[in-house]
Design a protein around this ligand. Structure first.
Ligand code: TRP
Length: 332
């Protein structure tokens, strides 16, 4: 039998997971469990490139794990782990820092954005972050790296590093491909339909653990437009708010855009918005309940992240030994 292709991704536990993370990423990861050998991690080492409150970081990391599982990532079938529990990330990260150019790092959009946003803390980690991300990826020799559009540049840089490193030492790393979800999977902010849903704009962001009444309130306040002729119609260019709501509704109900247009024909946004809210509430309800249950079971969570780290470490170590040997380190 053919070996399964490998898939890997991570999310920073820098904020609570939201509908965009679920529909744009985690739901699709869960759907690929059988097809791929999958590694998913909480990127806590990346998170400290921006100052964090330690207790919050710890809590969010565990919550994120519980939510991954509640979203359908079965820990028996996927390797779920916490980045800082697998020391090979830091170790390979250092080596790759030495194969990543200052100029390349300077061109990274995320670095430019984040250093503009955190002017008082433009630290070295923020700058070299993509080399650590390359290590995260390359340790597991994945075929595919599912990431949002905003991370594509980092995966491209990883590919440059592979080319550079393999060019010197031979075939050490497998060339990974970014795996960008199609436009439809992109969830935009409910109050900012031209930019993706983000925790930094909480009024337009629906969190996975949010109470149903709060979710409903956000949907009722979602930005639409003043079209009274033919309101619920899929036209992303001129009706981005409505297109986003249709996207969300379609993703949680499985209905096509045509079907949705039919369903709400002749009706205004006053009917449509709460219907989307209700569908989202019902989608998130079992996830919230399951995540709450899992989070209360500390022994279970611990068993998951320990087993995950052990498995990840075993694989990561094989790559790291090879790299250490290639660059000329004396074997331990
Ligand atoms: N940089 C990613 C983000 O901010 C998170 C991340 C870290 C990641 N390491 C990764 C994603 C490796 C994919 C693969 O969203």
């Amino acid at each position: 039998m053919d070996e399964k292709k490998v898939m890997l991704s991570g999310i920073q536990p820098s904020g609570d997971l939201h509908l965009g993370n679920y529909l744009g990423a985690i739901k699709n990861w869960a759907a690929r469990t059988e097809e791929f050998e999958c590694y998913y991690f909480m990127a806590d080492m990346h998170t400290i490139t921006v100052r964090q409150t330690p207790a919050d970081l710890r809590r969010r990391t565990l919550e994120q794990l519980a939510q991954y599982i509640a979203c359908g990532l079965d820990p028996e079938k996927n390797t779920l782990f916490i980045q800082s529990h697998v020391p090979q990330h830091a170790e390979l990260g250092w080596v790759l820092n030495c194969y990543t150019m200052f100029g390349e790092l300077s061109r990274m959009t995320q670095f430019k954005d984040k250093s503009a946003k955190h002017k008082d803390n433009i630290n070295g980690g923020l700058f070299t972050y993509p080399a650590l991300m390359a290590a995260d990826i390359l340790l597991y020799q994945p075929d595919f790296v599912p990431v949002g559009e905003d991370q594509k540049q980092h995966v491209e840089l990883t590919r440059n590093i592979v080319q550079r490193f393999n060019g010197v030492y031979g075939d050490v790393f497998k060339m990974p491909e970014p795996y960008i979800p199609k436009a439809g999977a992109r969830v935009m902010g409910l109050t900012t339909p031209d930019s993706k849903m983000s925790k930094s704009i909480p009024e337009g962001c629906v969190f996975l653990m949010e109470r149903p009444e709060d979710i409903q309130r956000k949907f009722k306040r979602a930005i639409t437009d003043s079209d009274t002729e033919n309101p619920v119609r899929y036209d992303p260019a001129s009706k981005p708010g409505v297109a986003n709501l249709m996207n969300i509704y379609s993703a949680v109900t499985g209905k096509s855009f045509d079907k949705i247009e039919e369903e709400f024909a002749g009706q205004g946004y006053g009917k449509f918005k709460p219907a989307v809210g209700e569908a989202v509430v019902e989608t998130l309800r079992p996830i919230r309940e399951e995540a709450t249950r899992i989070l209360a079971d500390k022994a279970y969570l611990e068993s998951v992240y320990k087993a995950g780290a052990e498995k990840a470490s075993y694989v990561a170590n094989k790559t790291l030994r090879k790299v250490y040997k290639k660059v000329g380190f004396v074997a331990r």
